[in-house]
Ligand binder design. Structure first.
Ligand code: URP
Ligand code: ZN
Ligand code: ZN
Length: 460
């Protein structure tokens, strides 16, 4: 035994009980009452605290070249930020370049990430050229990347997938046991609205971004993607779902037996489009955009009742200097915001603390469901003998006023500035190593490893 976490309240997706957790060689070796600590073992006193699986953020973009700049949290700082916030695994994207192989993107991303990551990470393969990717998909699943990403927007960036690509990729998942994740927005409807409003950019300011991305531009795309999953029998996952109508569409699809899953993010639960009207409105520019309080209420319900299975962040950090590139033109805002560090404490305060869902549901949506859906379970996402010792000792009583000044992120603003939190990670362990204490990183650069995800058992 290397480490013993004593007297905490162990919280899993299904159970809550007082126990000790012993760790040996980076794995959980024992969970039970009154485990004795041999001499020399590090003992972490968790009395009065929760002992939970480390959170898994399945949607981050670290050092992503995007919107004419590169997202400001790189693999090193982004994973440090994750550790500080109780996230012990992140999944980023290896996005194919048109005319090139998926393997080039994967190898390039691994070269960037492997020496820098401070907690474990996986990759999704971003498909932008189906003609090439379609031939490679099955082998990518076998390599340990069972999840793919297609964009129904971003034609101008060269990333957009046609419906025929989506259909074939979903057919691929039905064959190889993978899962297609999609960014669901209708590109041509958005561009029509942008063209109509371009002349009013000065008058509209950052609110122009909201005006050109009404709810229907998202939920039309969600409904379309669900239809393609239904007719192909493929497995679909909607990323960063922002609208109440989107949640209704996912519920309808699931009720019909379609293999569709969905994620939402703290920004869609906690912020609304009034933010675009403030002096710093452009900072909140993200795709999809922030919505209305009614959408937030619907998404909270969806997260609680199982319509939405996963909370993730879509971390794509742009600082105020990068955001200033918009120059008063809403079409030029770098899209994205920080989030990996604040997901778990926000979900605790605003989800569990506000009686929107239980502690076990918090573990389901932040830890266990992501592990199951992205092929990492049971090695990650739960506290069980034999699992990786990715553990968060969470202090439910610690009060924190969120400020970017106290966060690890390379961002000089926070979308959640001033939020009053009750509950914060006290200690984060990644494969048995303490990597953060009370919001400060104490781990080692390069400690993280690439983790292979497994498919749904359909490949040999
Ligand atoms: O605006 C966003 N969400 N930026 C990151 C890229 C994406 O679409 O997920
Ligand atoms: Zn997206
Ligand atoms: Zn994203």
């Amino acid at each position: 035994m290397d480490t013993l976490i004593k007297n905490g309240l162990v919280v899993t997706a299904t159970d809550t009980y007082t126990a000790d957790v012993a760790i040996s060689g980076g794995k959980i070796s024992q969970v039970g009452a009154d485990i004795a600590a041999p001499a020399g073992v590090r003992v972490i006193d968790a009395r009065g605290k929760y002992v939970m699986p480390g959170a898994i953020d399945v949607h981050v973009h670290l050092q992503l070249p995007f919107c004419g700049t590169v997202s400001a949290d790189d693999f090193e700082n982004g994973t440090k930020a994750g550790a500080c916030g109780g996230v012990t695994t992140v999944i980023d994207y290896a996005i194919q370049q048109k005319g090139h192989s998926l393997w080039e993107a994967i190898e390039a991303r691994r070269r960037e990430a492997d020496p820098k990551v401070c907690v474990d990470y996986g990759l999704h393969a971003g498909i932008t050229d189906w003609g090439i990717a379609g031939k490679e998909m099955d082998d990518v699943v076998k390599y340990g990347i069972p999840t793919f990403k297609m964009f129904m927007v971003y034609k101008a960036q060269g990333w957009m997938a046609e419906d025929s690509d989506l259909i074939q990729a979903l057919e691929g998942t039905a064959r190889n046991g993978g899962m297609l994740t999609v960014h669901a927005e209708n590109d041509s409807a958005i561009n029509l609205l942008i063209d109509r409003n371009r002349g009013r950019a000065k008058e509209l300011g950052a609110y122009g971004h909201a005006l050109c991305r009404p709810n229907y531009t998202e939920y039309e795309a969600i409904r379309r993607a669900i239809l393609w999953a239904e007719v192909t029998g493929g497995r679909l996952y909607i990323v960063h779902m922002s609208t109440g109508e989107g949640a209704d569409a996912v519920k309808d699809g699931r009720d019909r037996g379609v293999d569709v899953h969905a994620e939402t993010c703290p920004q869609y639960l906690l912020l609304d489009d009034e933010r675009f009207k403030g002096p710093d409105g452009h900072l909140y520019g993200t795709c999809p955009q922030l919505r209305k309080p009614a959408d937030q209420a619907r998404l909270w319900r969806a997260l609680a009742d199982g319509t939405v299975q996963v909370l993730a962040t879509d971390t794509c950090t742009f600082n105020t200097t990068q955001k200033a590139m918009w120059g008063g033109d809403f079409t030029k805002i770098p899209f994205g915001m920080p989030g990996v560090e604040t997901m778990l404490p926000l979900a605790h305060t605003c989800g569990v603390g506000a009686a929107r869902f239980s502690l076990n549901r918090l573990v389901q949506v932040c830890c266990t469901n992501p592990a199951k859906l992205f092929g990492l379970y049971p090695n990650k996402g739960t506290l069980a003998v034999g699992a990786d010792a990715d553990v968060v000792v969470f202090d439910p009583d610690r009060k924190v006023t969120l400020s970017h000044k106290n966060l690890q992120t390379n961002c000089d603003w926070s979308p959640f500035e001033g939020f009053e939190l009750k509950g914060y990670p006290a200690v984060t362990l990644s494969r048995g190593r303490v990597v953060a204490e009370n919001g400060k990183f104490v781990g080692e650069v390069g400690h993280g490893r690439f983790v292979q995800g497994h498919a749904w058992g359909k490949l040999d």
